[in-house]
Design a protein. Structure first.
Length: 102
């Protein structure tokens, strides 16, 4: 039973990402959306935590939200896959449940 965890708050302003990563299980997926995508920057303060999480779960970032915040493909840390809105729907539909971290 897998869970899709969505994080929409900047990890520099809220602790939603940290809380999320403290609760992910093997096989879960994490999707960074809205301001949450800033955590995906290469060399950022949360790169280590996301890299560690990526060993047990898949980590995604919503491409339109990255673009809206000026984060290009070369700015994105390794191990994070980008998805479009259709990919977001597929992730949600294939998960047993969706947990939004606020």
């Amino acid at each position: 039973m897998s869970t899709l965890h969505t994080v929409n708050k900047s990890p520099y302003e809220r602790n939603a990402l940290k809380s999320c990563l403290d609760h992910v299980l093997a096989g879960d997926r994490v999707l960074l959306i809205e301001d949450g995508v800033v955590a995906a920057r290469k060399g950022g303060a949360f790169a280590q935590a996301l890299g560690d999480a990526g060993r047990q779960c898949a980590v995604y970032a919503l491409a339109p939200d990255l673009a809206a915040r000026g984060i290009g493909p070369s700015d994105l840390m390794e191990g994070i896959e980008t998805v479009d809105y259709g990919g977001f729907v597929e992730l949600a539909a294939s998960a047993s449940r969706v947990c939004s971290w606020l």
